[in-house]
Design a protein around this ligand. Structure first.
Ligand code: ZN
Length: 378
């Protein structure tokens, strides 16, 4: 008999932290618990890393209900700083501690439990049930990209991403554009700045100019405004030296309707303008990570059905905006479909030391997914 909470504990004790990920280990555990009626495909990314797609076929191919979760976690830092060791799940008063408990092995356990229960009903669904377990969500989203390009998700009718929202109904998420400026100028003595080209100052100015050039979109009711933050500056050889090299990174978060490509163009233009001032400048910008913002139609069938299920449990069906990105941004931009981000655990626990989630929240999520699958596919 499948026990969702025991399975969550097994997932936590299986290290899949970035940057290595090693999602293969988690994929093996999942494969081990799915009943044989699921057709399981592994998409390999590199040794030890894969994305798993499991399909319970339906009478027709279209209208598939897709549940998605990522298998990787962020690193856990210094284990001594944790209340309990990060890879040894400990349950205390209904609270389960461990890396990934909230983000998002709790969601992965709940969607797996719901799918196993659904399959156990023994009824052929109208449309397929597809489970997507991705690798590398916490970095570049390799897994979500590969899954959406694999052809396995064709016919997707709706997508639920089981990320932690404390069972709130996420209907939109901000996009992200992470940039790195690299600047080469000319070294000089600190007392003779006029004969050098100060790369540190140029990097600073490029960042601030881009920040000022950010599109001023009107505030979104759930997501606020576009933001741009300088998240790193590296430069300097000595207090009395005008530096010739600098590097700066920015984390830009965008609203639906704001074009990340236009912001990147603005960054490139700023570099070109600087380079045109003196042929010795070499300013460049590169993209580290790029996700479009996504928003779903609030009146779509899946969201209405989910909303009703939440209300029946005394939970709110008011849509919620997510400030962070999820695999939804990689999937629905390639295969458009209504989507929701809803899962157990609090997103404030994500990436934290002593990360934890409540047993009750995981079980409630499983119940909601199970009811959702029944109402959508039978
Ligand atoms: Zn996550």
């Amino acid at each position: 008999m499948f026990d969702t909470i025991e399975f969550l504990k097994q997932l936590i004790s299986t290290d899949s932290s970035q940057p290595e990920g090693n999602e293969q280990r988690v994929a093996e555990l999942i494969k081990g618990v799915l009943p044989p009626c699921f057709e399981v495909s592994c998409i390999r990314h590199s040794p030890g890393r894969c994305t798993l797609v499991a399909v319970l076929p339906g009478e027709q191919r279209s209208g598939a209900a897709v549940l998605a979760g990522h298998m990787d976690t962020v690193a856990f830092g210094d284990p001594a700083a944790w209340k309990h060791p990060p890879l040894q799940p400990v349950e205390e008063d209904g609270v389960i501690y461990g890396r990934g408990s909230a983000d998002m092995k709790g969601g992965v356990a709940a969607m797996t439990g719901a799918a196993i229960r659904f399959a156990a009903l023994g009824k052929k669904p109208r449309s397929p049930l597809i489970l997507v377990y991705t690798a590398d969500e916490e970095n570049l989203g390799l897994g979500a990209v590969a899954a959406s390009e694999s052809g396995l998700l064709e016919g997707m009718g709706s997508l639920i991403v089981a990320e932690p929202t404390a069972l709130g109904l996420g209907s939109c998420e901000k996009g992200a554009l992470w940039l790195r400026f690299t600047v080469k100028g000319v070294l000089s003595h600190g007392s003779r700045p006029e004969i050098g080209l100060n790369a540190a100052e140029a990097a600073m100015e490029l960042c601030l100019s881009l920040k000022n050039a950010l599109p001023k979109a009107p505030p979104h009711p759930l997501l606020g405004v576009n933001t741009a933050s300088v998240t790193g500056i590296r430069s300097g050889v000595g207090n009395n030296v005008i530096p010739a090299d600098a590097e700066a990174t920015m984390d830009i978060r965008t609203l639906p309707g704001t074009d990340n490509g236009a912001i990147l163009e603005a960054a490139r233009r700023l570099c070109l303008e600087r380079n045109a001032q003196d042929s010795r400048w070499d300013c460049r910008v590169e993209v580290i990570n790029q996700r479009p913002a996504v928003e779903t139609d609030l009146s779509s069938g899946p969201l209405r059905r989910l909303g009703r299920l939440l209300e029946q449990r005394g939970l709110t069906s008011r849509p919620k905006g997510l400030f962070f990105y999820t695999d939804a941004s990689q999937i629905v931009t390639k295969i458009p479909a209504p989507f929701a981000i809803i899962g157990p655990g609090d997103d404030k626990q994500a990436h934290q030391t002593s990360e934890h989630t409540e047993r009750a929240s995981v079980l409630a999520a499983e119940e909601i997914y199970f009811e959702y699958l029944k109402s959508t596919l039978l």
